[in-house]
Design a protein around this ligand. Structure first.
Ligand code: M6R
Length: 600
């Protein structure tokens, strides 16, 4: 998975390309490059990050494309960095995705073309070189190349002697930004939100030609019109606002993110919610089963929500790791609602699972943060979590917003199906309403967590335990710690310890125990005794009560009923953040990971 950017306008574009690539680094950051057009084509590229790339401070180039890479074919070397060029260095291309039939093309082309990289992407430059021998219409030549490609791709092309940029998409995102004097191209609005918020999302099969004052799009050879939209993400939201890391900033943005998720959607008096999803009551009543597909943090948010959904809708709800969904042996799509939970809306495993559900005739709903993302184009309905841009690879605010949005959906569905009493709905809504302020009180207690992190930073194995709603939060807490600190961390249901993991517990194994409402704190007290008997240091998180008395380290929380574990998770995020910071880790860009995983 990679980030693409492009500019065509009236100004020198080198600094825009550099800035936009920085904004896109969350999509990949192992190599970077730009191609600048000022009559001739100049390509600068290398392994490493954008700050390592030496670019001329001013150029004459008013058109260019750029790329930040996360390797899939070939290691992160200078040669494998994009842009890739043809044999004469006149055609430059950048690509996000995977060309699955590149091997066949490369075999044929290698007879007459010189390849300089191990990538699948380079075939695009050479295929285009072939087309431009006979055809001088660049968009048409790109269209012919695209017809020969299999797989997923977003492509941008800049060629010496041709006006503007040509872009094409199939299963990978591309968006065009408009000002009076320029057109911008990117994998994500974040790349150019400082310049414009007026955008056009390209769709699968589109080939777009961007010039300084025009955007023309064809699909399957026919001219098509795509709407211009205004997005409400501002430039500030995409910057670090004084925090050292995006992750830290995004942890602190949670009160705001949750308010956005709730905004205009709740009526606390009647217990009803208005979710802008358009379906008659019969639609909701006829659902017989819910299946949720998601990966990583989104999967844990889904597991949390599934417990609430099952309780309040009287439906069977199962949560599937998206990459495992295809191995099920029986599937009855009849009246089944399949929900894809994905922050980015671009996760290949989740899209793949969703497509299976669509093919088999299930109803579908996307719960996502990303307007115009691929998932939204493939489902019957979309529910946005409205968390705002999340740049840090570690998902934080989106976990909270996913649970909040799915809880709203639970209330909506429970009420539509007459399974949820108005009083229970009102209580859940009250807890949601109070959540932003309660998160702020947790954030205000950050210094206590920082001290704990200092105390335990030398430990290299951590256990997280919780029951019921505490279990997905334990899994999420462990995921957060392992991905940014590189320490071994595992989450377990409290009752499972004695079935194996207890063998690893020593006085050197910090155990973090979820003791919130919804985490069965009384049952958890027994599991705490089991690890205390092995002299493990225990950090309890919950509402103060009997269990907290037996612990020397306890992080207290306000009681928000079944929403309280979301609050506990904020402590776990801060704990992971400060441990990783103590260790000097690359918090926003952990090794081997990328923000949005668009390969299966
Ligand atoms: O964009 P998605 O929510 O579909 O991403 C799914 C996972 O890759 C993601 O949640 C991942 O586990 C987190 N970035 C980890 O913090």
């Amino acid at each position: 998975m990679c980030g693409i950017t492009g500019y065509v306008g009236t100004e020198d574009c080198s600094s825009f390309l550099a800035n936009s690539l920085k904004n896109l680094e969350y999509r990949g950051y192992d190599s970077v490059g730009v191609a600048l057009l000022d009559g001739t084509l100049q390509v600068n590229k290398q392994s490493g990050q954008i700050d390592d790339l030496s670019l001329p401070s001013t150029t004459e180039a008013t058109c260019g494309i750029g790329h930040t890479r996360w390797s899939t074919h070939g290691p992160p070397t200078d040669e494998n960095a994009h842009p890739h060029t043809d044999c004469h260095g006149e055609i430059s291309i950048v690509h996000n995705g995977i060309i699955s039939n590149y091997g066949d093309h490369k075999r044929d082309l290698a007879l007459t073309h010189e390849f300089t990289s191990d990538t699948d992407s380079e075939v695009i430059a050479h295929l285009l070189e072939e087309e431009l021998v006979d055809d001088t219409d660049l968009p048409q030549a790109v269209r012919k190349v695209v017809e020969k490609l299999e797989g997923s791709f977003a492509i941008a092309v800049a060629v010496a002697g041709y006006d503007g940029i040509v872009a094409a998409r199939q299963d990978s995102p591309l968006v065009v930004g408009h000002t009076d004097t320029a057109k911008f191209l990117a994998s994500d609005i974040t790349a150019f939100v400082e310049q414009t918020r007026t955008v056009t999302f390209l769709e699968d099969g589109d080939v777009a030609h961007l010039t300084e004052d025009n955007l023309s799009i064809t699909n399957d050879g026919a001219v098509v019109e795509r709407d211009r939209q205004t997005v409400d993400w501002d430039a500030d939201a995409a910057e670090k606002s004084g925090y050292e890391h995006y992750m830290h900033k995004e942890i602190h943005e949670q009160p705001h993110a949750v308010r956005q998720s709730l905004s205009g959607r709740i009526d606390s008096l009647t217990g009803d919610v208005d979710l802008d999803i358009d379906a008659p009551i019969e639609y909701w009543k006829s659902i017989q089963e819910i299946q949720i597909v998601a990966c990583g943090t989104s999967n844990y948010a889904a597991r949390y929500a599934a417990e609430l959904l099952e309780t309040h809708t009287n439906l069977r709800v199962t949560v599937h790791v998206a990459s495992e969904y295809e191995y099920r042996t029986s599937y009855d799509p009849w009246e089944t609602l399949v929900i894809a939970v994905t922050q980015s809306g671009e996760t290949a495993d989740t899209l793949q699972a969703l497509r299976m559900a669509v093919d088999s005739g299930a109803r579908t709903l996307a719960v996502t943060n990303t307007v115009g993302s691929t998932v939204t184009r493939e489902v019957d309905q979309t529910l946005y979590i409205r968390a705002g841009p999340e740049i840090g690879v570690a998902a934080t605010k989106t976990f909270a917003s996913q649970i909040v949005t799915l809880t709203l959906f639970t209330i909506h569905l429970g009420r539509q199906r007459d399974e949820l009493e108005s009083e229970t709905a009102t209580e859940l809504l009250k807890n949601l309403h109070d959540l932003p302020e309660a998160i702020q009180t947790v954030l205000d207690g950050e210094s206590q967590v920082r001290r704990l992190a200092e105390r335990f930073a030398h430990s290299d194995a951590f256990f997280y335990i919780g029951r019921r709603l505490g279990h997905p939060v334990a899994l999420e807490g462990a995921l957060k710690l392992k991905e940014i600190s590189y320490d071994h961390a595992e989450g377990f249901p409290g009752g499972e310890l004695k079935h194996g993991p207890l063998a690893l517990v020593t006085d050197q194994t910090p155990v973090i125990a979820l003791l919130t409402p919804g985490s069965e704190p009384d049952e958890m007290a027994k599991n705490i005794k089991e690890v205390q008997a092995r002299e493990a240091p225990v950090i309890g998180i919950g509402v103060r009560g009997e269990a907290s008395e037996t612990l020397d380290t306890f992080l207290g929380l306000p009681n928000l009923g079944y929403i309280t574990p979301v609050l506990a998770n904020v402590y776990l995020q801060l704990f992971a953040y400060h441990i990783a910071n103590e260790k000097g880790r690359a918090i926003d860009k952990p090794r081997n990971l990328a923000k949005s995983v668009t390969v299966e």
